[in-house]
Structure formats: structure tokens, C-alpha cells
Design a protein around this ligand. Structure first.
Ligand SMILES: [Cu+2]
Length: 273
């Protein structure tokens, strides 16, 4: 059983182990390597076979939960002690503090939307962008230029919404927790953070930036917090069935082959510290 920790609380060894495993997955040349995860996120950004599996739909949360779990398992193949850390952006709000330190995620891009200049992912020689919506071969960030990070009271407001999701089950849903957490509805906890980092994080190939996984781990932690107070059972997901083109609780999350219901209770696989 894994324990996912706050990135700001990791030891030096935990940080270097995580970076080493991520780089080993990037260097893997076959199978589900790092770039496979980038490609899957790009391919599933919009509609596939009539379903919005990954974004702007109820299955945004279970799809990304499974996406993270499969990457975490791949990292554990290199070092079983590695767990995904989460970035709590309500507490760590600086472009130079955790997790953006030179021993972990590295810092900002240079200039307006330039290449990251510090840390293990700076420059194409250290971290080459191979699968992308744009032509840059080095990781780019443009931090703190677009919008602001959500606050703890923004989070509390979303956590207080008891309905998981509502029709039309999209970015047009006018109430429900999921759309407020994902970003179609204020206060938009998830999308704002992508835009605040900018660069690759603001594109459909956002997993090219390893901080993607720390951000989504925090989104998953917030869903887990919501589930902790309301239940991990299938009845706390919606829709329960028979909505065409929407992934209901018993349907399969492509391309993973797991059902939504199998992702709901993660407590036998990992917990949050
Ligand atoms: Cu995202």
C-alpha cells in the first residue's frame, strides 16, 4: 500500500528517488514509457468513440485517477518505494518554493514563455519533449502570468457541494462538485492551475511537465477528501447509468480497461498523508 505525501514534506532522498524513476520511465524505449502517457492524454483530450472520457465529463476524476495509478505503478517498476507526491497549491504558492526547487521540479521558464532553466528537467538534453502539440523540444513554463492559484476557501466551497455531477454532464453543467473542481464552473480548481503554470502545462500535452502529476495528485486527493465525508461507494458517482455518450459508473474507462466503479475506493491501493 502506498502513501502519497505532500511534495513540500519529502526528504531529499524521496525527491531524488522520484526524479530518478521519472527519468528512467522517460528513457524506457518500449511499452508504456513516459511519452506513452503524454500521447494517451493528448489522444483522450477530446471525444473518442463518442465519449468524453478524460475531460469535461463526470469521468474526468476516475479517468485521471487511473491514469495516475498506472504511471505510479510504472515508476514503482524502477523503485518500489516511490509514491506520487501531491502539490498543495493552496499552501505552496511561490514560483520558487516547493515543489519548484532545483532539486525537484525546477523553476520557471525564462522570459515570457521560455524554457525551464533550473532543475532536473531543464533543457532538451536533460528532458526532451518528443510528443507535443508544439515544436519546442525543451520544457516550457510561464508561471504566475495567467490568473491566480485557487485558495483554501475556494477548495472548501467546492468540497461543500454534495452532488457529484449533473446533466448535461459536461463543461456546461451549472451545478455539481465535478465541474467546479475540473474547471467549467467557478472557482475552477483544476484548470486555473494549468494556466497559472503555463507553457506545456497549458497545452493538451501537459503531462510533458512532470508537475502535471503532482497537480493531478492534489486534484485526486481533493476528490478523495470529498469521498471521505460522503462515501466511496458507487452511489456517490453520477450518472448511475443509461446516459448515452457519458461514461456511467458501470462503463469502462478507455484505454485502461477498468470500470469507473473499480476506481472509486482507492483506499486498498494508496492513501493520502
Ligand atoms: Cu489537468
Amino acid at each position: 500500500m502506498g502513501t502519497r505525501k505532500n511534495a513540500a514534506a519529502l526528504t531529499a532522498a524521496e525527491k531524488s528517488n522520484f526524479v530518478a524513476a521519472v527519468k528512467a520511465l522517460k528513457a524506457q524505449t518500449t511499452g508504456r514509457n513516459y511519452d506513452w502517457f503524454v500521447r494517451v492524454h493528448m489522444n483522450y483530450f477530446g471525444t473518442v468513440d463518442g465519449h468524453n472520457y478524460a475531460h469535461m465529463s463526470p469521468s474526468f476524476l476516475p479517468w485521471h485517477r487511473q491514469f495516475l495509478l498506472e504511471l505510479e505503478n510504472a515508476l514503482k517498476g524502477f523503485n518500489p518505494a516511490v509514491d506520487l507526491p501531491y502539490w498543495n497549491w493552496t499552501a505552496n504558492r511561490s514560483t520558487t518554493g516547493a515543489p519548484f526547487t532545483s532539486d525537484f521540479m525546477g523553476g520557471n521558464g525564462s522570459g515570457g514563455n521560455g524554457s525551464v532553466t533550473s532543475g532536473p528537467f531543464a533543457g532538451a538534453a536533460n528532458w526532451r519533449i518528443n510528443v507535443s502539440a508544439t515544436s519546442s523540444t525543451s520544457l516550457r513554463r510561464a508561471m504566475a502570468q495567467r490568473g491566480s492559484l485557487p485558495t483554501a476557501s475556494d477548495v472548501d466551497g467546492v468540497m461543500s457541494v454534495s452532488t457529484y455531477d449533473v446533466s448535461p454532464w459536461s463543461s456546461a453543467s451549472r451545478s455539481g462538485m465535478r465541474n467546479r473542481l475540473e474547471g467549467g464552473l467557478a472557482p475552477d480548481l483544476h484548470g486555473r492551475v494549468h494556466n497559472w503554470i503555463g507553457g506545456h502545462m497549458a497545452q493538451i500535452d501537459s503531462p510533458n511537465d512532470p508537475v502535471f502529476f503532482l497537480h493531478h495528485c492534489n486534484i485526486d486527493r481533493l476528490w478523495s477528501r470529498w469521498q471521505t465525508s460522503r462515501g466511496f461507494d458507487a452511489g456517490r458517482y453520477a450518472p448511475g447509468g443509461n446516459v448515452s455518450n457519458v461514461v456511467d459508473v458501470n462503463e469502462t474507462l478507455a484505454p485502461f480497461g477498468t470500470t469507473v466503479s473499480s476506481t472509486l475506493d482507492h483506499r486498498g491501493t494508496y492513501t493520502y498523508a
